[in-house]
Design a protein around this ligand. Structure first.
Ligand code: ZN
Length: 197
């Protein structure tokens, strides 16, 4: 726990006990600027809250620790150990307040990094248009889409041409039973003998 008190000169003094070290920071605030000087003294672990006495030219901090009483004199921007105990009668105490904040400069708070704004969602890449199907060939099976034809060995299917009417027109007719190409003039399938007409 750190303690702080202010002096009539406008200085703010911070006292902290880190282990056996007493750290004193004197912060002088001026318009637009802030000066700080800190010093550390080996006093041992505190056993009580420090007491601060106002003296003629500054103040004296009285520290009760496991090693006894220590006095630190603060004058201007410097703090030094002193053996002179201020007389309880003449010295006025300065109110010391607990502060949860550490001595400034000792453990400087890292300023919070501002959150990075969320990256806007990348627009979806438009789907690549489907490649038109290439004629597919597997072994002796062959398939093509336009017109849809499938040929397997000597068997061939044509799905784009309606049966019946197509059989009689053009040169691309197939036996409806086995799929073998037949000529419009053929009466029977030359492959399976199916009667075409
Ligand atoms: Zn046939």
């Amino acid at each position: 726990m750190a303690y702080t008190f202010s002096l009539e000169t406008g200085q703010q003094v911070y006292l902290d006990n880190n282990g056996t070290q007493t750290t004193i920071a004197i912060v002088t605030s001026g318009p637009g600027q802030q000066q700080q000087s800190s010093s550390s003294f080996s006093t041992g672990r505190w056993t009580a809250q420090p007491t601060v006495f106002r003296t003629g030219n500054g103040c004296t901090v009285q520290i009760e620790s496991e090693t006894g009483q220590h006095f630190i004199q603060i004058q201007g921007n410097s703090a030094s150990v002193t053996s002179s105990r201020p007389s309880a009668n003449s010295a006025e105490t300065i109110q010391v307040q607990q502060t949860s904040s550490s001595i400034p400069g000792q453990q400087p708070m890292q300023p919070m990094q501002p959150m990075q704004p969320m990256q806007p969602m990348q627009p979806m890449q438009p789907m690549q248009p489907m490649q038109p199907m290439k004629p597919m060939k597997m072994g002796d099976m062959e398939m093509s889409m336009n017109p849809m034809q499938m040929r397997m060995g000597n068997m061939q299917m044509n799905m784009g041409t309606p049966m019946g009417s197509g059989q009689q027109q053009g040169g691309r007719n197939f036996c409806p039973k086995c799929g073998s190409p037949v000529q419009p003039s053929d009466s029977f399938c030359s492959n399976c003998g199916y009667q075409l007409n």
